[in-house]
Design a protein around this ligand. Structure first.
Ligand code: NAP
Length: 288
């Protein structure tokens, strides 16, 4: 392997330690402890594990976790009433509605109810609009985590050609906006893109979030490119990314592994967003 490994696990641990220090300073300064409310509807085991991980990570950095669980058949009005209560609760800095929600509920509509200044997932229409307009706001955790990885790896984005493969609301679109905000020249590719390998080969920075096991091969990558692999594909022989790591790491100058690359950054950025949200609540309470 000739590429430098971008160690997401180590960078996420540093980020969490920074957040823990900043939470302590915030609490000393304001007398207020940041709080993260998670809302889980139903008993989906994977979602329960994710929520449990977020609660534990919060506690570790001094953020108060508030765990709200509703039965799978909870009517929409009950979930909406809970979100309204959390929006109004001063002890709650950030709110996260774990997706997917059961079929009778509208996950997009529920997420859209969250106060944008408490939207620690950065997924409400208002947060997306703020990002698109280049206004301050809470950014989606995984693309924000990729920006931290690129920064820590010393990647100069100004004027660089960046290709994002994938255009989901959760990752691809906000990723492209963040790169644009950092003065990269951005191309977004997707399932209808013509000559995808050729488009990828133009990239100085190639970011792949597709959900297809080891799709990106060595001859899709410009020699010396930085490659960020967001994909998480579970198979019988373990967890793999969207990039064929063994061969691409012979061509790229730097690359994230799977696991241990982008994945650990997501929760770290959720913690950082919760602290940022707590700062927003305090600023709102202080009369101008
Ligand atoms: P998604 O909503 O399913 O979106 C996938 C995107 O990939 C779509 O835009 C789709 O194009 C595109 N695509 C699908 N097949 C393609 C192909 N053959 N060639 C080119 N583009 C193709 O998925 P997502 O939520 O963005 O997640 C993508 C991957 O990232 C998944 O593996 C997911 O597990 C992972 N992920 C990881 C984290 C983390 O914390 N590490 C966070 C989020 C996501 P169309 O729009 O044309 O259909």
């Amino acid at each position: 392997m000739s590429a430098t490994l971008i160690d997401g696990k180590a960078i996420a641990a540093e980020t969490r330690a920074e957040v823990a220090r900043d939470v302590e300073a915030f609490t000393a300064r304001t007398g207020h402890r940041p709080g993260l409310a998670t809302v889980l509807v139903g008993e989906d085991p994977a979602s329960a594990i994710y929520v449990g991980g977020k609660q534990k990570a919060s506690r570790e950095v001094g953020i108060e976790p508030f765990d709200h669980r509703l039965p799978a058949d909870a009517p929409a009005v009950e979930v909406e009433a809970l979100l309204e209560r959390l929006n109004a609760d001063d002890a709650v800095s950030g709110i996260l509605c774990q997706l997917p929600v059961p079929g009778h509920l509208d996950g997009v509509a529920l997420t859209g109810m969250i106060d944008p200044d408490k939207d620690v997932d950065g997924l409400t229409p208002l947060s997306a609009g703020r990002l698109a307009l280049g206004l301050p706001g809470l950014r989606p955790c995984t693309p924000a985590g990729v920006m931290v990885l690129l920064e820590r790896a010393g990647v100069d984005l100004r004027g660089a050609g960046a290709v994002v493969v994938g255009r989901s609301n959760l990752f691809g679109k906000p990723m492209a906006q963040l790169l644009l905000g950092a003065d990269a020249t951005v191309t977004t590719a997707h399932s209808r893109t013509r000559d995808l390998p050729g488009v990828c080969r133009t990239a100085d920075v190639l970011i792949v979030a597709v959900g297809r096991d080891r799709m990106v091969k060595a001859d899709w990558v410009k020699p010396g490119a930085v490659v960020i692999d967001v994909g998480m594909n579970r198979s019988e022989d373990g967890l793999h990314g969207d990039v064929a790591f063994d061969e691409v790491s012979e061509v790229a100058s730097a690359i994230t592994p799977v696991p241990g690359g982008v994945g650990p950054m997501t929760i770290a950025m959720l913690l950082r967003n919760t602290l940022a949200a707590a700062e927003l609540q305090i600023a709102r309470r202080v009369p101008a």
